[in-house]
Write a protein that binds this ligand. Structure first.
Ligand code: MTE
Ligand code: MO
Length: 157
């Protein structure tokens, strides 16, 4: 490869190295919109996600007792930190707003220090709105009993 070709390759790769990137556009129904201090977008200043995009991200699956379900319940979905990473989030506080306008402000530490997931499935099935879906922020109640209290229940949007 001569010198000119090498220079072109570097120029094309540079934006990826810097971390700024356009996110793929959703093809399915948008279930999550992220706005605010983010580097990566796919709809104006916002980042939209469909279920397929969320379920393709690094996530977790775990069974746990919750105040909202009977007995041990299985949840799965992307880790909250996977979503923050995908959008290039730079803020310190996450404001989560649900379909019923319930909102909670949570520190980014809840995503970085805890395996908090944005559940897309409960017992293997998509959650209807009636069933607290389509997304449910689920703290790792199976990992720490310190989380099993009203402080974290109220953040479980
Ligand atoms: N979408 C949504 N999530 C929510 C709420 C809500 O009203 N809507 N209430 C929160 C609060 S304050 C608590 S204590 C628990 C209450 O769950 P419960 O209504 O099943 O007792 O859910 C949290 N998550
Ligand atoms: Mo609450």
């Amino acid at each position: 490869m001569n010198r000119l070709e090498a220079a072109l390759v570097v120029a094309l790769l540079a934006p990826g190295v810097a971390g700024a990137a356009d996110l793929p556009s959703p093809t399915g129904a948008v279930v999550l919109t992220v706005s605010g201090d983010i580097a990566n977008t796919n709809n104006g200043s916002e980042a939209d996600f469909d279920m397929a995009a969320l379920e393709a991200m690094p996530g977790r699956a775990a069974s746990m007792k919750t105040p909202w379900t009977e007995g041990k319940t299985a949840f799965s979905g992307p880790l909250l930190r996977s979503i923050l990473s995908a959008v290039g989030a730079r803020g310190r506080t996450i404001r989560l707003v649900a379909l019923n306008d319930y909102a909670a402000d949570i520190p980014v530490g809840d995503a970085t220090d805890l395996d908090t997931m944005v559940a897309t499935r409960m017992n293997g099935k998509a959650m209807s709105v009636r069933d607290r879906g389509p997304l449910f922020l689920i703290y790792p109640f199976d990992q720490s009993s310190d989380l099993y209290n009203e402080k974290y229940f109220s953040r479980s949007v």
